[in-house]
Design a protein around this ligand. Sequence first.
Ligand code: ATP
Length: 355
Amino acid sequence: MKKYQIALIPGDGIGKEVIPECAEVLKALEKRYTKISFDFQEFDWGGDYYRKHGVMMPNDGLNDLKNKDAILFGSAGDPEIADHITLWGLRLKICQGFDQYANVRPTRILPGIQTPLRKCEPHQLDWVIVRENSEGEYSGVGGRAHQGLPIEVATDMSILTRVGVERVQRFAFKLAQSRPRKHLTVITKSNAQRHGMVMWDEIAVQIAKEFPDVTWDKELVDAATARMINRPESIDTVVATNLHGDILTDLAAALAGSLGIAPTGNIDPERRYPSMFEPIHGSAFDIMGKGLANPIGTFWSAVMMLEHLGEQDAAKKLMGAIETVTSNSALHTRDLGGIAMMKDVTKAVIQEIQK
Ligand code: ATP
């Protein structure tokens, strides 16, 4: 029997609703697959914790997480607290502290889900976007001086290191190699940014040589947005810097039907630290406490977690249950144009697991 130590960090807003649902789903899987079990430890970090303690999580909080097998995260964001505090104080503290340098976002149109793309068959959109998650435009390097004066200056520096670029591109090439199409699109902006992005391009040429069976192409980030809409079938695996990946993955989630469905994994490919899995949506305070949140993004994130843990059978079972549920429009939550409640979706997924 393999017992996994899982940290649950619900965070803020609807994160507090979808994470407990996901724990229930994992408990149902545990009953079905008696060789695995989950030991959950929940952490009350986030906006409420900040109001009490002045920090989003304890300064030494990473110590409590470092021996876990994985982390399931809800969302961080609070209308009363500045976004840069909620982001840097919790999610990024964990991502950077554990060097989870690959942010992986699978995007598919699940059965029963409508894409806003008029001319796209569901099978034509099957992507995995790898976003660099440790440096680049969100390195946190920069500063402000002369605040409030007319001569005020503010800088955010984009940092690309050879080590950082090589490792994320190598991870993306390897991922592309493991998928049937074996194709990688490298996103760039080297026409306008003539230092870091040029190095990024050069490194892609170098890493590609390690993967002769993977075909690859290069696309400017602006052109990539149009290509995602006009030629979704031409894309398979994608690698992008932190900022470019941030934007492209939100577009991808919208094209796949709803923010409420999309999952993500913040991965430490070397497995020195636990990786963290989370739905890509935020705290969505407008629907908080109403039972309207779509929990599918969190359940799909749990599928990614199970795959990462090497539990392929359980992962397949859960993904199958999710797809059966999404194909039934009576089980669509409001974000998908339906009237189902979050609990209805969880119950249905659990029933599918038990079948
Ligand atoms: P944050 O500031 O924490 O990033 P947000 O509330 O600004 O979050 P999102 O949560 O990313 O933004 O989502 C925008 C809107 O999409 C929400 O206000 C909500 O109405 C809807 N939404 C997002 N996630 C879900 C979900 N899981 N289920 C249903 N609706 C959702």
